[in-house]
Write a protein that binds this ligand. Structure first.
Ligand SMILES: [Mn+2]
Length: 430
């Protein structure tokens, strides 16, 4: 892991040329604004710079990168990613650069360190703040650059309304506004305007909303039928999970969203610093909801191994182990809402700054997993945890991902190899 400061990043950018800038999947204002601002700043100093075309950029953002993009046939000398935390977030046209990013500029704590050098500050509300700090060292902040980076900063802090909109974010915005662009039309377009389709969806959600715990917890269902009935697209559904949280008195917003492949995605939004267990317990209610939870936890895991032999193919490749698992009542019971509540609280704690700061960096850590374990997002989740530990100073950190391995590596068909690796690691450390 090679992390560099904004001063070093500015030196790097001045020392190289022929840039290709990468944005992430489902591009938001932060990644697009950063790319536009960086590209214009590089061109201002006489460099050749382009943003790789990203087919998912919606019409809300295309204006900012007009004239700056290029197709896959361009051969760059230097590749820079902005606001991309992980390889899994590279859009299709950027896949050839999975192992070739010279500089990653990012603000996500889950940064995977896929680049040769990474300029990371996870305390920043937006990646746009980092790009501003970098480019102002070698370029003038023109109104066009100011506008692009303002879109970046304001997007990630919800037009300065989210809890991450700290003084530094406001200062960056003020500095950008000094360049002379007019922020009003931007704020209006991105934060005060909704598509008619979006409003119709919100109307349906409001009609079908269930309020629990005297109005503290709100539950909405967004079905494919609703989405199709209004012809809503990605842009109309952007951040729709935040909708229920806008209702006065609601602390826990639960959005159950049916996905295109028939699964149900549950988004849980709670008031900052207040993970109210009742939000998860609210899922206990009607039978249909319990079926959703079960489908979410197990059905989704099994799907990647279709066509399925059993409902637990995701456990491991050893069919005898899977059959024994399915016969064991201790493995196949349906978990209660309380178990989900406890698990979510635990997950939140262990990935929080507080939890990570409590780890002793001298304790050796060995992470191992199957790279086909859906619970660890096929290895991506394990790499994220590795990044967390690395960022928090764990000195002796080892990770092993077994090709083809599923959830229970100690029961896998290559368990002999797994046991031997664990033993070798233990003997080295004890
Ligand atoms: Mn961002």
């Amino acid at each position: 892991m090679n992390t560099i400061t904004t001063v070093q990043a500015a030196e790097f950018l001045q020392a190289h040329d022929n840039y290709l800038i990468l944005t992430h999947v489902r591009p938001d204002g932060d990644t697009v604004g950063c790319a536009a601002g960086l590209c214009r700043a590089l061109r201002q100093t006489g460099k050749t710079a382009y943003i790789l075309e990203n087919p998912e950029v919606t019409e809300l953002f295309t204006g900012y990168i007009k004239g700056l993009t290029i197709g896959a046939d361009y051969t760059p000398e230097t590749v820079v990613s902005v606001d991309i935390a992980a390889r899994s977030l590279f859009p299709a046209p950027a896949k050839p650069y999975l192992d070739w990013v010279d500089l990653a500029i990012d603000h996500h704590p889950s940064q995977e360190f896929f680049a040769k050098a990474t300029c990371l500050d996870s305390k920043r509300a937006a990646c746009g703040q980092l790009v501003l700090e970098i480019v102002k060292q070698f370029a003038d902040i023109t109104p066009e650059i100011g506008e692009a980076l303002y879109v970046a900063v304001s997007t990630d802090c919800g037009c300065f309304q989210y809890s991450n909109a700290d003084a530094a974010a406001h200062r960056a915005a003020a500095e950008l506004m000094d360049s002379g662009f007019d922020p009003y039309p931007i704020n209006r377009r991105h934060f005060r305007t909704k598509t008619f389709k979006r409003l119709r969806l919100e109307g349906m959600l409001t009609t079908g909303m269930e309020l629990r715990d005297s109005g503290v917890t709100a539950l909405v269902f967004l079905t494919r039928a609703m989405v199709e009935s209004v012809g809503a697209g990605e842009r109309d559904m952007d951040d729709i999970s935040a909708f229920v949280g806008q209702i006065e008195g609601v602390k826990n917003g639960v959005t159950l969203k049916e996905t295109e492949d028939g699964h149900v995605k549950i988004s849980l939004r709670t008031a900052p610093g207040d993970l109210n267990a009742s939000a998860v317990c609210a899922l206990r209610g009607p039978e249909a909801v319990s079926a959703l939870v079960d489908n979410l936890s197990l059905g989704a895991y099994n799907k990647q191994f279709a066509p399925n032999r059993t409902t637990a193919d995701w456990i491991c490749r050893d069919e005898a182990v899977v059959d024994a698992y399915l016969k064991d009542p201790f493995c196949t019971f349906k978990p209660t809402a309380g178990m989900f509540r406890d698990m979510m609280e635990g997950l939140q704690y262990i990935s929080s700054e507080e939890g990570l700061a409590n780890m002793d960096p001298r304790t050796p850590v060995y992470l191992f997993s199957g790279d086909q374990d859906p619970v660890g997002a096929n290895g991506a989740g394990v790499r994220t945890v590795y990044g967390f530990f690395q960022a928090h100073g764990t000195r002796d950190l080892t990770m092993k991902l077994y090709p083809g391995g599923r959830h229970e590596m100690l029961n896998e068909i290559n368990k002999g190899e797994v046991y031997a690796d664990v033993l070798a690691w233990l003997e080295k450390h004890i």
